[in-house]
Design a protein around this ligand. Structure first.
Ligand SMILES: O=P(O)(O)OC[C@H]1O[C@H](O[C@H]2O[C@H](CO)[C@@H](O)[C@H](O)[C@H]2O)[C@H](O)[C@@H](O)[C@@H]1O
Length: 396
């Protein structure tokens, strides 16, 4: 493996077991001990060991998944250096793909027809949906226009953001108090205390939000917190010699970004994550857009979060509600599946390249997402105007 393109050779460390927390025993049998350091830098740097055989990550399909995890940057236009663009050559393929995944803009009236006498509930992913994909995850800002479109949508429809990011971070990026937020791929849901009457059986924890309002938290993976912190530190340490790697702690999951890593070094990144994960049988790996995501092995995902929020908002009756979920990533597919099942609602995939999906409709990029949200608001305002005129006519 040629590592010349890395700043320094990757630190060859041994991600050997640290304590029982990694062994996959149920926490009730082996309580996680927070007493004493379960991890230290010295434990990580000695003994030194090469990453496991790189063929592990070839044979388990990780590398194929990594290669296909985000549209390639074929064309970079001046002034748009960080924005992914599809090539002109792909336009024909894209148009024929849209026969299956019709544009949600072109199908707007059809969507509105099925929303007749139903309450639309909006679910929005953040990265790649509200903010364009950029190289630095800390600089994935949404535009002021997008923020105002989301704010207006939330005036008329219950609206939730469901992100893979840490919930506090996504709130900081969106900055709208009128929304519901679910972070860590739905494993960290915050909603107002008043919404929880029927959820007493669901182990919600009382808390206060940043404005001091009473809220409920639903965190189905809370027992994994120490384990996630531990693997985060291991992954930071083990990948620190690889130029371009960024490891993020999202509270109940960890992201290892390789977007800015030379492709020739991807197998090393993958192998380090693979070697580390081997000692945590209660954690699993999912693939996002040029990111490896480590998360608890629990039966919970963005789809479950959608169902949970619908129930907690009092919208579990299928006939009264039309949930619409807009997202761009593989993790959003779980939510698309939930909505597709029994024609419950509509998944809308944001993609500038053809992709197999469980979504019903498509939007090409974040600017089309904004257009779609603005159309929803316009439609609602027109309805309100017509209703106002009808009511005035009755009184005249
Ligand atoms: O569920 P999402 O809100 O879509 O979050 C998924 C991941 O988003 C972020 O990474 C992605 O966006 C970055 C900024 O554009 C980009 O640099 C990266 O390559 C993408 O994977 C976030 O940093 C991840 O932690 C989230 O899991």
């Amino acid at each position: 493996m040629d590592l010349k393109s890395t700043k320094a050779s990757p630190v060859l460390t041994d991600p050997s077991p640290i304590n029982n927390s990694r062994l996959g025993h149920h926490s009730g049998l082996f309580p996680y001990s927070q007493s004493g350091p379960s991890f230290s830098t010295s434990m990580l740097s000695i003994p030194r060991r090469k990453p496991g055989k790189l063929d592990d990550v070839w044979s388990n399909g990780w590398l194929d998944a990594m290669k296909s995890s985000s549209p390639p940057r074929k064309k970079v236009l001046k002034g748009f250096t960080n924005v992914e663009l599809s090539s002109d050559d792909g336009e024909i393929a894209y148009c024929s793909w849209m026969i299956k995944y019709l544009s949600a803009l072109n199908s707007f009236q059809q969507i509105m027809d099925s929303a007749k006498n139903r309450n639309i509930v909006m679910f929005l992913d953040y990265d790649g949906t509200l903010s364009p994909i950029v190289d630095d995850p800390d600089r994935a800002f949404m535009s002021a226009d997008m923020r105002s479109a989301v704010k207006n949508v939330a005036k008329y429809f219950p609206t939730a953001i469901i992100s893979g990011r840490n919930r506090d971070k996504v709130f900081e990026l969106v900055g709208l108090t009128e929304l519901y937020y679910a972070g860590s791929h739905g494993m960290d849901i915050m909603f107002p205390a008043r919404e929880t009457a029927s959820l007493d059986h669901l182990n919600c924890v009382k808390s206060t939000d940043l404005q001091g309002k009473e809220v409920n938290l639903f965190q189905p993976a809370s027992e994994f917190l120490p384990m996630i912190n531990e693997i985060f530190r291991s992954l930071v340490e083990i990948t620190k010699g690889i130029e371009g790697v960024k490891v993020e702690n999202h509270k109940f999951c960890v992201s290892v970004h390789y977007r800015n890593v030379d492709e020739i070094v991807w197998p090393v990144v993958a192998q380090y994550v693979h070697d580390t994960l081997k000692y945590y049988p209660r954690l699993r790996l999912t693939h996002g857009r040029k990111v490896l995501e480590v998360r608890p092995m629990i039966d919970w995902d963005k789809g479950k979060a959608v169902e949970f929020l619908l129930q907690s908002l009092g919208y579990s009756n299928n006939n009264d509600v039309l949930p619409i979920y807009i997202g761009d990533d593989r993790t959003d597919e779980d939510a698309f599946k939930v909505l597709r099942k029994g024609n419950r609602g509509y998944g809308i995939l944001v993609s500038s390249v053809p992709k197999e999906s469980n979504a019903f409709f498509s939007l090409r990029d974040t600017s089309e997402v904004k257009e779609f949200l603005e159309s929803l608001v316009r439609m609602k305002q027109q309805d309100a105007k017509i209703l106002g005129e009808e009511q005035r006519a009755i009184f005249i």
